[in-house]
Design a protein around this ligand. Structure first.
Ligand code: PLP
Length: 477
């Protein structure tokens, strides 16, 4: 008797069989397209370039230099091996004191030392992913919700909702005011949730923003803190891109705002990680920093499910407590991000492709609204498919970030070398230029196919370089 996979619905839990992981979204589909045909300058020059991954690879030369100069930081070197046993055995789930000290100091440093963080409040988690889930478990019950300004990081739907049963309610922000988080948008979302009988337990902000690459200004941060105080709901501030700010205006942490205005600090929680600022997503160093004692102790107990390995803590502690290295790293990283961002966005601007003005993050928010057949998410998906499968760039469509307007795409720029970036830039530029030429000659898809018929050529026989087979024509289907 064969096994019927439909039985899984009854055999397994609701969590195991629902789609809460979100793996079927275009955000992950683009990654799959890249995985099955990755670009390589010599071995696969026509492959897909990964511009959908927010990774910071621009400063690994500095990291490598530090690692070579600090062999004692590793327990797998002749210089560090004496510590092997003490690091390998069970550790207290509070984390190594030196690690907490290093992280607290680093968090202060990337905020210009304008605020300090208490090492005793540092709680570990498996990346910011684990930190978000941990906070959701601490702050809300299944069915209760967090407000989240749009567009927001696609992973939040998985991180906050999947295993906790918590819901997310969008706060709709629009391009007309550069996606500003306004009091009226917050009030409208809160009111809408109330009318739908959804209990709002908190507001989740990402500053600097993923996907926008912008920072929240002081006035907006004050509005946000007043709003959550007034409603007596929590504020979770995801600040994992704090050190990626490469131009003015500078980053303002929520930790600074709560020093300036009266608020209930028990409602304030920061999520941090070394995945973006240091470029270490593989180390899974995530942090919950809550100003609420009860949340800190509950989260610490929960951290048993996602501790950072002691070997990693040991190495990170040495690195982050090296002031000279940290200062140099932060400055160089910002400098290189600024240069990359400028090269990419200016290169696109030359062919008329705009992007939202930004000064932070590992990506920019590309505006392709004028290339849509019509202003719908179906057209956005049609264009996205062409960009991924024909232009061979894995960009992420705005709809996967819950953007309220079709035509925006996130482009990551810090996870590749200079040459790959130039190829990516060239590909988008020629795509858009070709598309524009196509419009100028008023070439329409129907006409194209009529012409094919005229010359007795079936579509599958087209040359890969034929203008008729070019992606821009197919984008309009
Ligand atoms: C805003 C935001 N929060 C959280 C995460 C998850 O980070 P981590 O790799 O530390 O789990 C990401 C990753 O892209 C992110 O962009």
């Amino acid at each position: 008797m064969g096994f019927n996979s439909n039985n899984n619905q009854n055999l397994l839990s609701k969590i195991a069989t629902n789609n809460g992981h979100g793996e079927n979204s275009p955000y992950f589909d683009g990654w799959k397209a890249y995985d099955s045909n990755p670009y390589h300058p010599t071995q696969n020059p026509n492959g897909v370039i990964q511009t959908g991954l927010a990774e910071n690879e621009l400063c690994f030369d500095l990291i490598k230099e530090w690692v070579v100069n600090n062999p004692k930081a590793s327990i797998c070197t002749a210089e560090g091996a004496n510590e092997f046993k003490d690091i390998a055995i069970y550790q207290d789930y509070h984390g190594l004191p030196e690690f907490r000290k290093g992280v607290a100091k680093f968090m202060g440093k990337v905020r210009g030392d304008r605020v300090t963080f208490d090492p005793d409040r540092i709680v570990m988690s498996g990346g910011a992913t684990g930190a978000h889930e941990m906070l959701a478990f601490c702050l809300a019950n299944p069915g209760e919700a967090f407000l989240v300004p749009t567009p927001y990081y696609a992973g939040f739907d998985r991180d906050l909702k999947w295993r906790t049963g918590v819901e997310l309610v969008p706060v709709v922000c629009e391009s007309s005011n550069n996606f500003k988080v306004t009091k009226s948008a917050l009030e409208a979302a809160f009111k809408g949730a109330k009318e739908a009988n959804i209990k709002i337990k908190g507001l989740l902000i990402t500053n600097p923003s993923n996907p926008l690459g912008t920072v929240l200004d002081r006035e907006t941060l004050r509005i946000i803190v007043s709003f959550i105080n007034e409603k007596n709901i929590h504020l979770v501030a995801d600040e994992i891109y704090a050190a990626t700010v490469f131009n003015q205006p500078s980053f303002i942490s929520i930790a600074e705002i709560i020093e300036e205005i009266d608020c209930n600090r028990n409602l304030i929680h920061i999520v941090y990680s070394l995945s973006k600022d240091m470029g270490f997503p593989g180390f899974r160093v995530g942090i919950v920093y809550s100003y609420n004692d009860a949340v800190t102790s509950c989260a610490r107990r929960m951290s048993s499910f996602g501790l950072v390995s002691t070997q990693t803590q040991h190495m990170i502690a040495s690195m982050l407590l090296d002031d000279i290295f940290v200062e140099k790293f932060i400055a160089k990283s910002a400098e290189r991000l600024a240069k990359r961002h400028e090269l990419f966005t200016k290169g696109l601007a030359q062919v008329g492709i705009g992007s939202l003005k930004s000064n932070a993050g590992l990506f920019f928010w590309m505006d392709l609204r004028r290339l849509l057949e019509d202003s719908t998410f179906e057209s956005e998906m049609a264009l996205w498919r062409v960009i991924v499968h024909d232009v061979k760039l894995n960009v992420s469509p705005g709809s996967s970030f819950h953007c309220s307007e079709p035509g925006w795409f996130r482009v990551c720029f810090a996870n590749m070398d200079d040459e790959t970036m130039r190829v990516a830039l060239r590909r988008i530029r020629s795509f858009v230029t070709a598309k524009r030429q196509c419009w100028q000659s008023n070439l329409k898809l129907s006409l194209s196919f009529r012409r094919l018929d005229d010359i007795g050529m079936a579509p599958h026989m087209m040359s890969p370089h034929s203008p008729i087979s070019s992606p821009l024509v197919r984008a309009r289907t």
